[in-house]
Design a protein around this ligand. Structure first.
Ligand code: NAP
Length: 525
């Protein structure tokens, strides 16, 4: 059986501790092992900071953009192999796996282009120079330069490819070396991507390091030039950002945590409208893609009372038709959740939601027989659609993220203020979507929801067939959300670089500042 290794200080490191077995979640067949490695974390950090950091900072944004683009091509070139690994280790259908692998390659390509467009410069000029006193000589200019530390990236199990590469793309482009750690249970895809990057020699030594297994006392080695970007559960995020050394050294931290994303149906859309069909298609996809294990999945579905019967019928019919089983089979529409622990958590979560909601489809999530799988094997759960009994008093639906194919209908009057108040009860979300052709309603909802969400998706009839749904994280748009969602922000094209750069205000003599910071890109230092 394959043992996954770490790649630190420019060399592969074998683990020798107690091994954890990675399995195929459909068959429970063992696939690989990860064991903790005896790592000198201080040395690993120093190697990344010095070798990797110096080499990256010696390059211009355009040159770093070319490196990031080359990694995109590399991943795309090994697409089929990576898809096969995601199906085996992630419980992904082929469509789910493509979403992850293509998302990784696409985000790398997009950031490659961002770097190339920035040109032959090694720092960014932020805004215009400002005259600071009555003297025209004394001006201030903000600039942004790469931090001289390392970026530690800790990722969740659900997107082993996209999660690793969307973070790495931005850090590498900013000129900051990366130590990346995938979640252990689904690490096969990330480990193979790392092997490909190392074999390709695209990156300078120390620019990208990889941790298979635990991070030991890595966070205790970080200082004020380093950053920590985490994606995963709120509990782990809170624990990591509160680490003594992280707090003491003011390590910059970004947390992408869980989220109770909402979809709101406007009362103007009738059952025959394109906007209504878009709403149904989006809810269905977001509930079942990756077996609902998406941080952006729709968990709360706000439906006007007048449309309840139609929505229950249309969603119910389509959810009941989804075939659950071995995702390697083409006739299967939804695979298992990623781990046994995930399955236990999802079942317990459904039970908690049912204290205040009735199950309309899927009961408690049990699957009598998963297609193509030996009886009793695999971590399967059926799609479950619930409806709260009393929208005013229900709390669980706004507090508890069930990370599986589970969503709950919350009836409302159709009034914008009521919908906004309900969505806000989620305590901060990554994304919410509104479906309507009524511009006044969309406007009220957008301004009412914006403060509670990192991203909004306004779905209207004319948009049908032209848009990806709310669950797709795009490199051009920010990803992250306030409150429960972690309070973080990633991506968003140039905006994503800010986390890895130090913005510095420089005040001085105008001609000197102009000469230093406003050279043509080709002359820049
Ligand atoms: P998790 O249990 O919090 O684990 C996330 C990562 O943290 C894993 O790599 C895990 O490593 C690592 N970790 C756990 N304990 C650690 C420690 N003491 N020190 C250092 N690292 C540690 O979350 P998960 O179950 O993988 O992911 C599911 C959650 O992630 C869901 O709640 C979902 O909403 C959220 N999520 C959010 C986003 C977003 O962008 N906002 C995206 C995807 C998922 P091991 O696997 O080795 O334990």
């Amino acid at each position: 059986m394959k043992t996954l290794r770490s790649y630190l200080c420019g060399a592969w490191v074998e683990g020798n501790g107690v091994a954890q077995t990675l399995v195929n979640p459909a068959t429970e067949e063992p696939l690989a092992e990860i064991a903790a490695a005896p790592v000198d974390w201080a040395r690993a950090v120093t190697h990344a900071r010095t070798r990797g950091g110096e080499a990256l900072r010696a390059l211009t944004f355009a040159e770093r953009g070319q490196l990031v683009k080359a990694i995109s091509k590399l991943i795309h070139g090994h697409r089929d192999e990576l898809i096969a690994l995601a199906i085996a280790n992630g419980g992904n259908t082929r469509g789910d796996a493509k979403f992850d692998i293509d998302g990784a390659a696409g985000t790398l390509a997009a950031y490659g282009e961002v770097g190339i467009a920035l040109g032959k410069t090694k720092f960014l000029v932020d805004g215009e120079a400002a005259q600071l006193t009555r003297s025209v000589r004394f001006v201030g200019q903000h600039i942004a330069v790469p931090r001289r530390g390392v970026a530690v990236h800790i990722n969740a199990f659900n997107f082993p490819a996209w999660g690793m590469m969307e973070k790495a793309a931005v850090a590498l482009l900013a000129g900051v070396p990366v130590i990346t750690k995938p979640a252990t249970s689904t690490a096969l895809v990330a480990a193979r991507m790392m092997e490909l990057v190392v074999e390709s020699k695209i990156l300078p030594d120390g620019a990208l390091s990889f941790v298979a297994g635990g991070v030991g006392d890595l966070l205790a080695q970080l200082d004020g030039q380093d950053v920590l970007a985490f994606t995963g559960s709120s509990d782990t995020g809170q624990m990591l950002r509160a680490q003594k050394n992280v707090v003491a050294q003011s390590v910059r931290v970004n947390v992408e945590a869980d989220s109770l994303n909402a979809a709101v149906l406007g009362r103007d859309l009738d059952r025959e409208s394109e906007g209504y069909s878009l709403f149904i298609a989006d809810v269905l996809r977001e509930m079942t893609q990756k077996t609902g294990q998406k941080c952006t999945a729709i968990r709360r579905v706000l439906v006007p009372e007048s449309m309840l019967e139609a929505v229950r019928e249309d969603l119910g019919e389509r959810l009941s038709a989804i075939k659950v089983g071995d995702p390697a089979r083409e006739d299967v529409g939804m695979g298992p959740v990623a781990t046994k622990k995930q399955l236990e958590d999802v079942r317990a979560g459904i039970a908690r939601l049912r204290e205040e909601a009735d199950s309309l489809i899927g009961g408690d999530g049990s699957v009598a027989e998963a297609i193509g799988v030996p009886k009793g094997k695999g971590f399967f759960v059926a799609p479950v659609l619930l409806q709260v009994r009393d929208a005013k008093s229900a709390r669980r639906v706004h507090e508890h993220e069930v990370f599986g194919p589970v969503a709950t209908i919350i009836p409302y009057s159709g009034d914008a203020d009521e919908a906004i108040a309900q969505v806000a009860r989620g305590g901060g979300s990554l994304v919410s979507s509104v479906y309507s052709d009524d511009r006044a309603f969309l406007g009220e909802m957008a301004f009412g929801l914006a403060a509670h969400n990192g991203r909004l998706f306004l779905g209207s009839s004319k948009l049908a067939g032209h848009a990806v749904g709310p669950g797709t994280v795009l490199p051009q748009l920010v990803h992250g959300g306030p409150g429960r969602a972690g309070g973080g922000e990633e991506l968003g094209s140039l905006r994503g670089l800010a986390f890895y750069l130090q913005r510095t205000a420089v005040a001085g003599d105008k001609p000197i500042l102009e000469a230093l910071f406003h050279k043509k890109p080709e002359d820049a230092a």
